[in-house]
Design a protein around this ligand. Structure first.
Ligand code: NAD
Ligand code: DAU
Length: 343
């Protein structure tokens, strides 16, 4: 299969490209990425070199914006693309609070351009969405179902919900073959260190304070990134046109538990934890009911939270140079501004 992956230089996109190229020797991937602060071409640089003189590479990188319809359309035609997987997005909730405009531009308008290109070329789209579109759960509420109403609370989740509604509309109106996946919190190699797990690793490793929002009792469901990649691959190959599939890791944890586990792994004291001003509009709990994906796709998470966290800690320990490289000027600017206002 010839696949156009967008946002392949980000955290999940990088893992997905490696995951599918390993599992499908006959697949070829074109990766379209705008290389924002969160995109790192280096992540997949080893795949850019031709495999050998007479065996061309199965991977190509293209620098560009998903909002550029002519570019997306041209890539689909030039590379005889058969399906598009749209990971490209602004993904960090805290940044959406300080700069919502870029979230609307990429997540809503960018997705509309991708939809339009797929409609014109008549190719399948798998659109990567999030559990955050459903809003927040109470402690004893049933986990989110695909039929749960969309009630997003942050500019990030509102922009993702907007994109989901456009995907639905393109399917209903134009008959576009589109599938939406909604997943819970991913963790694993290559995650940008603004997100909870790698940020807490960086702070704990340096013996610096670990900023926990509010009372630390907000709950997230954690899925190891390879399990999400498996879900996306199943949605791509087996998903019903027009369907929405939830994916989760069946691993609900309070933030404080996660942070303590990281400190314990690194042999650092819990006294490094600092409770800081809460995130505005902070969703209390996410949990996923992924029965539909089990039944229709045969999806099941394979990595427990304890196994996945241990693997992730090992990866970050072994990739200190990667971590140092991504903590660039833009990273520092945002971190200083955001956490400067909270501690
Ligand atoms: P990320 O921020 O690590 O990566 C996003 C990538 O998209 C980067 O490489 C960036 O350069 C690229 N990008 C941004 N704007 C672009 C544009 N206009 N055109 C082309 N490329 C652009 O994000 P991630 O955590 O890997 O998330 C990937 C997708 O999965 C997102 O759609 C996100 O909403 C969704 N998702 C993430 C999680 C999670 O826990 N990280 C969970 C569920 C769903
Ligand atoms: O649920 C899926 C979503 O998970 C994805 O759609 C988003 O792209 C991804 O960023 C993630 O969003 P969260 O807001 O849940 O992830 P984050 O890592 O930012 O925060 C996880 C929890 O930890 C959340 O309750 C906020 C809290 N937190 C986070 C940071 C960065 C802290 O307490 N302190 C922090 O410094």
């Amino acid at each position: 299969m010839n696949l156009l992956v967008t946002g392949g230089c980000g955290f999940i996109g990088t893992n997905f490209v490696r995951f599918v190229l390993t599992r499908h020797p006959d697949w070829r991937i074109v990766n379209l990425d705008a290389l924002t602060y969160a995109g790192n071409r280096h992540n997949l640089a080893d795949l850019e070199a031709p495999a050998s003189k007479d065996r061309p590479s199965r991977y190509a990188f293209v620098h560009g914006d998903i909002g550029d319809l002519a570019l997306v359309e041209g890539l689909i035609e030039e590379h005889r693309i058969e399906a598009v997987v749209n990971f490209a997005a602004e993904s960090h909730v805290d940044r959406s609070i300080t700069a919502p405009d870029t979230f609307v531009r990429t997540n809503v308008l960018g997705t509309q351009a991708v939809l339009e290109a797929c409609r014109r070329a008549k190719v399948r789209l798998v659109h990567i969405s999030t559990d955050e579109v459903y809003g927040s759960l109470g402690p004893s509420d049933h986990p989110f179902l695909e039929s749960t109403p969309l009630t997003p609370n942050s500019p990030y989740s509102a922009s993702k919900a907007g994109a989901d509604l456009l995907v639905r509309a393109y399917h209903e109106t134009y008959g576009l073959d589109a599938v939406i996946t909604r997943c819970s919190n991913n963790y694993g190699p290559y995650q940008f260190p603004e997100k909870l797990i790698p940020l807490m690793y960086v702070q704990a490793k340096a013996g610096q304070p670990l900023p926990v929002y509010g009372d630390g009792q907000n709950v997230r469901d954690w899925i190891y990134v390879d399990d999400h990649c498996l879900g996306v691959e199943l949605a791509l190959t087996k998903g019903r046109p027009g369907a929405v599939y939830n994916f989760g890791g069946a691993a609900e944890r309070a933030n404080l538990e996660v942070v303590r586990a990281i400190l314990d792994t690194l042999g650092q004291p819990h006294s490094l934890i600092r409770f800081v001003t809460d995130r505005p509009g902070h969703d209390r709990r996410y949990a996923m009911d992924f029965t539909l994906a089990e039944q229709e796709l045969g999806f099941a998470p394979t990595v427990s939270f304890e196994q996945g966290l241990a693997r992730t800690m090992v990866w970050y320990q072994a990739n200190a140079a990667w971590l140092a490289q991504v903590q660039s000027g833009e990273y520092r600017r945002f971190m200083d501004q955001w956490y400067g206002d909270r501690t």
